[in-house]
Design a protein around this ligand. Structure first.
Ligand code: ATP
Length: 279
């Protein structure tokens, strides 16, 4: 559905995407996970035609960039990281504007706006100016806007950044529901939990390079499903094990208190890069 081949982006002499090759299947919720500055937003900006790649190729739904730009535009929906709704317009008017930009006819626009405002549970706020909305409501409205012209692929750049945990979970439900209804989702995140909860597969990126790609479960299996943590000389030490039994045996031989827990994508990132995803 989405194919990036040897994608490169340079700003001057800085390479921020370094020969990224990823294939995303139709119907996946796929995550680009990495710390700030890893090149996630730049990748989305290339795929959504807001910037051009320096080298490499992109295909979306069988169409190629830049040749089929117009066709691809009609097939994708984009939810950028930063709010770009018109605060002075109502929820309904913001969607109306987008529908017109996509040349949707009036009857379809009306019908889609009504059903999408219901879908994101903002139907009772349709006539309110967006300036009065909370962060979570604005994000939901941006999702409704991105879905208005019935895209096959949805790009979400850090969909829950800055939102509190409860609002985040509500958005996760919405993203899951869209995916169940057949939309291919590509999202970027630096939240480990978000990638683990939502994504069928995750590409871990660091400094523009792909460092691992698989399902969250497989990635954790690769480092070892269980982690032993203990403190030694005031430093936190960790060791990975394939089974709880092996971890327990190791703990039995330690002369201090230790904890056993399941590994997560943060562990995978630390193992591969020596650093944490989250600051
Ligand atoms: N227009 C630009 N000119 C120069 N450098 C840029 C430009 N846009 C991005 N960069 C640099 O490219 C690198 C990757 O940025 P990008 O925003 O893609 O990372 P990210 O993984 O999405 O992180 P974040 O979550 O902070 O947005 C960063 O070092 C950034 O400073």
């Amino acid at each position: 559905m989405i194919e990036l081949k040897e994608l490169v982006k340079r700003f001057g002499d800085r390479t921020v995407i370094d020969r990224l090759t990823i294939t995303i299947q139709r119907g996946e919720t796929f995550g680009l996970l990495g710390p700030n500055g890893a090149g996630k937003t730049t990748t989305i900006r290339i795929l959504t035609m807001l910037t051009k790649a320096t080298a490499g190729s992109v295909r979306i739904a069988g169409f190629t960039l830049p040749e089929d730009e117009q066709k691809i535009k009609s097939l994708i929906g984009v939810v950028p990281q930063f709010f770009n709704l018109d605060n002075e317009l109502t929820a309904e008017e913001n969607l109306e504007l987008h529908g017109r930009l996509h040349h949707m006819d009036k009857a379809e626009r009306r019908q889609r706006i009504t059903s999408l405002l219901e879908y994101v549970e903002l139907d009772d706020r349709a006539k309110d100016p967006v300036g009065k909305f909370s962060g979570g409501m604005k994000r939901r409205l941006m999702i409704a806007r991105a879905l208005l012209h019935r895209p096959q692929v949805l790009f979400l750049d850090e969909p829950t950044v800055g939102l509190d945990p409860q609002v985040r979970r509500r958005l996760w439900d919405l993203i899951r529901r869209m995916n169940e209804e057949g939309i291919t989702v590509l999202l970027t995140t630096h939240y480990i939990e978000e990638a683990e909860h939502l994504c069928s597969r995750v590409a871990i990126v660091d400094k523009g390079k792909l460092i691992a790609l698989d399902s969250p479960k497989e990635l954790c299996h690769r480092v070892g499903q269980f982690v032993v943590e203990w403190t030694e000389a005031d430093a936190l030490r960790t060791q990975f094990f394939a089974s709880r039994e092996a971890a327990a045996q190791f703990v039995g031989n330690l002369s201090c208190v230790a904890a056993i827990r399941h590994s997560n994508l943060e562990d995978v990132f630390v193992e591969l890069t020596g650093r944490k995803v989250t600051g």
